[in-house]
Structure formats: C-alpha cells, structure tokens
Design a protein around this ligand. Structure first.
Ligand SMILES: Nc1ncnc2c1ncn2[C@@H]1O[C@H](COS(=O)(=O)NC(=O)[C@@H](N)CS)[C@@H](O)[C@H]1O
Length: 480
C-alpha cells in the first residue's frame, strides 16, 4: 500500500471504534476484506505480533507443567451431541461439514467451536490411574463459531485463528479447583507481560461456560469503557467425565470419575494490547511483542554520509547480535514521513544517528510511549536499548493500571450504575440470588460481569433489589 494512501486516515483514539478499524489496516495487522463474514487475513506484520505474543503464552504454559499437543479439527456429530449443556450452549454456533467431495457424509462433522468433544473421547482412552494425573495439555488452533452478534477483527471472529485451549484432568474436585486458580494466575502473568491490567471475576451462574460448574474470567477495560473478556477458566466438575466415561483407578483400587478444567485465550489478547496502549499516532507496542523493536534513522547530509551509514549498520549488527529486532530506514522518505510510518507501527524505540552524534559517539534514542529523547553512548548501545525497553514496558503497564482503576466506579444506586457504565465498570452490592441479579440487569440494561475473585468483604451493604444484607459487590459493565 502506497505511503500516501495511508497518510490521511487514522482518526483520533477517542473515536475508538473507527480508530481501531483504521489502525488494523494502516499498521498492516489484519486485512478485513476477505469475502467471508467473520474471517480475516493476518498481514505479515500483524502475524509477527501474533507470533511474539503466543511465544509468551507458550513460555508461561510450558514452564508451568503444560504440554502442547494437537487434536483434529472435525468432530463427529455423535461425540459432539453427547454433553447436553454443552450442546445447548453451542448448537447455534456450530458449523457442520456434511459432504466429502460429492458424497454425503454418513456422520456430519462439526468444525470445532472448542475442543472438549474432540479431546475427551481420547482422554477416555488415555486415563487409567490416579498416577496419570495431572494431565495438563493445550493446543493453539483455529476454532469456528457461527457468531450472530456483530463480528469484529481480533475481537469477535467466526474463525478464531489463535485459540489457545488447555484441557486438564485431575483426581478430585479440589485439584481441579486449584488448577483453575493456577490458570487465572498464569493468564494474569501473560497479560502483565503484555502490559495489560485485568479484572478477575467469577461469572454469574447464568453466564458460565456450557457444561461447567463455574467460570472464572479475565476482562480488560477497553478505551470506550466496555469490557472485553480476554481469558476464561472453567471448572468442569465431573460433568464431562461422566458423559465421556473418563474414569481412573484410585490408590485403593476403586474406579472413579475424573475432574476436569479447561481454559482459553484467543487473539483478543492482541486486541486488548493494541487498544489499551495505542494512541493518536497509531500502535504503541510493548517491546517484547514488537516485530520491529528499534528503527535506526540515519541523518544524512552530503558530507559524512558514508560514515553515518556505516555506523548505522554497525549498530544494527550489534543490536541484532544482542537478540533485538532492528531495522534501518535508509529510504529516501523525508525524516518526518519516516517517523510517522514507524510510529504508526508502534516501534518502541527510534535511534537517530547523524554526523554530530558520531562525533559525540552517541545515538539519540526517542521513546514511542513518551516521545522522550535521550542520548545513548554508542559503546553501550545494547545495554542502553535494553534498559529503555524495561522502562517502556513498565510505563505502559503502570499507565494502563491507573486508567483501569479510574474506570471502576463504586455505586450504591442502580440509577448511578446505569450512567457510570457508560465510562467503565460499576460495582454494586448483590445478595447473590439469581432473581435479584437478573432483576438488576433488567433495570440497568447491562449484564453482571462477575463477582471479583478478590474483594474486601469488610462491610455489610444492602442488595438494591431485595434489601438483604450482603458483603458481596459485583462488577457491572457493557461488554464486547
Ligand atoms: N468469537 C470469538 N472471537 C474471538 N475470541 C473469542 C470468541 N469467542 C470466545 N473467544 C475467546 O476465547 C476464550 C475462550 O472461549 S470460551 O468459550 O470462554 N471457553 C472455551 O471455549 C473453553 N473450552 C476454554 S478454551 C474467551 O474467553 C474469549 O476470550
């Protein structure tokens, strides 16, 4: 795409929806012109962000006893239709394959919307004894959901291209409960690495995963005040074990149903990172996931051009050797156009090197997150750049945490909740009874997001519907 074509269009971030859509295009993350609704194309630059993000996800899962595997995409109808709750939850969303060539398939095959019914018939064959536990397997695959709500790239797709799903098996309900807790902790760490602060809550019973005992979830607060569910962990009890007959022998020789969990993250992780850190000039990427971490801009004059270019190449070589992803922009674009281009792509650090800098044996480092300019001595360029990366990551995370805190509003009246959720997340007391929760949602015109996983239960308040005393507050928010 010609540079000029892109010059015009990025709207200011406060027009969030337009900003977001334009940015995916102008920073070359996703091309939304694919001719099937809800399916989108990863540009190479966007795919590099995905690769770096999922390297973090794999690292954190692999370092916590998980093993990566791969299960088939197509699920036979008879397996899919086994778990009643699960079907109810997904039957409107499943794509079916009914033909192979000109033959009608005798058993229709579901495109996995999620993989419980692909994996658990295999777990039935794999699980024998308590000694097999814990099983902690995950896969990163595409899944398909015939979403009827408004589809949106990276946020609500019909082909979820980057669906990391973990499926674990344990001896007891308590072990599975501990695993859900571990999953929420691992997800929180993944998001810390992306500089994204999260709300952690237990979904109300009517909003849990189909077939689960309960669902714990991570939500980000997006710039428009709506929350985005960016990770979920489900305690499946022995519901699926009973359906798929997954049994194990206890130490004293008894046969018992296993207990399971599953937990998932998708490309929404990238949607949240882009949305929370971006600004009016485009992407602002945490250094760890930036496809280009440093761009070197040679400041060329007639005199001394060769020395400057040679110095830039030397710096690029040294940074590359230090494992840093670096480009030199020696194109004939004028400097301003170069800055615009690389700022749009969220390059965390720009190094400007001109004749005068050479004389002082420095490079001028410009941070993408703050715009701050500082000289780094060329002999210490590797260490100087790395310490800038840490400062950038920390600044992005701290800024996002303050922004999140400023968007949580403690309310006591339902009317107050109604207007506060235009700007973010409201908390309100709730007795915990379903009818009061549903009544509250009707009055507010928005859903209960969940009960915070950690909250001070230090005061008795009144449920706004029934007046019963309660120590529990819930999050209420408009959601994606
Ligand atoms: N249509 C979608 N587009 C993008 N991401 C999605 C979509 N639907 C769900 N997700 C993401 O995928 C995560 C896991 O999906 S889920 O339905 O909650 N849970 C499962 O499918 C479980 N089997 C755990 S993997 C959600 O938390 C959400 O972040």
């Amino acid at each position: 795409m010609a540079e000029s074509e892109k010059e015009a269009a990025l709207p200011p971030k406060e027009e969030f929806s337009e900003w977001y859509n334009e940015l995916l295009w102008m920073a070359e993350i996703m091309d939304v012109r694919y001719p099937v609704k809800g399916l989108y194309v990863w540009y190479p630059f966007g795919f590099a962000i995905r690769r770096n993000t999922y390297n973090i996800i794999r690292e954190i899962l692999d370092n916590s006893g998980h093993q990566e595997a791969l299960f088939p995409l197509l699920i036979p109808e008879n397996e899919f239709m086994k778990e009643a709750e699960h079907i109810k939850g997904f039957e409107d969303e499943v794509y079916w394959v009914t033909h192979g060539g000109r033959d009608t398939l005798d058993i229709p095959l579901a495109l996995r919307p999620t993989s419980e019914t692909a994996i658990y018939p295999m777990y039935k064959m794999w699980v024998r004894s308590h000694a097999d536990f814990p099983i902690k397997i995950y896969q990163i695959v595409n899944t398909f959901r015939y979403e009827t709500k408004h589809t949106r790239p990276l946020i609500r797709l019909r082909e979820i291209t980057s669906f990391k799903e973990a499926h674990t098996v344990h001896a007891t309900w308590e072990d599975a409960e501990a695993q859900v807790k571990e999953a929420i902790g691992l997800y929180t760490e993944i998001y810390r690495r992306l500089g994204v602060p999260v709300l952690r809550s237990r979904r109300p019973d009517w909003d849990k995963f189909p077939g689960a005992d309960y669902t714990d979830a991570l939500d980000a607060i997006m710039p428009d005040g709506r929350t985005l569910q960016i990770g979920t962990a489900h305690h499946l009890g022995d519901n699926f074990a009973k359906t798929f007959d997954i049994k194990y022998e206890t130490p004293d020789g008894e046969q018992r149903y296993a207990y399971q969990t599953c937990y998932g993250i998708s490309e929404r992780s990238i949607a949240a990172t882009i949305s929370i850190h971006g600004d009016d000039k485009g992407l602002v990427l945490p250094p760890e996931i930036a496809p280009v971490q440093v761009v070197i801009i040679p400041i060329i004059f007639k005199k001394g051009a060769e020395e400057v270019l040679a110095a830039c190449k030397d710096v690029k070589e040294r940074l590359t050797k230090a494992g840093i992803r670096v480009e030199i922009d020696a194109s004939d674009l004028r400097p301003g156009a170069k800055y615009y281009k690389w700022e749009m792509k969220g390059v965390p650090l720009r190094l400007e090197i001109g004749p005068r800098d050479l004389q002082n044996n420095v490079a001028v480092a410009v941070r993408r997150d703050t715009g701050e300019k500082e000289q780094i001595s060329l002999p210490e360029i590797e260490a100087g750049v790395s310490s800038k990366f840490e400062a950038i990551h920390e600044n992005l995370y701290q800024k996002a945490k303050v922004e999140l805190e400023n968007r949580i509003f403690e309310c006591t009246e339902l009317e107050e909740v109604k207007n506060k959720i235009q700007d973010g997340v409201a908390t309100i007391p709730w007795c915990g009874k379903r009818e009061c929760g549903r009544a509250m949602e009707d009055v507010i015109g928005a859903g209960i997001l969940g009960i915070p996983l950690e909250q001070k239960r230090d005061r008795k308040e009144k449920c706004p519907i029934c007046g019963e005393e309660t120590e529990t507050r819930v999050y209420v928010a408009r959601t994606y």
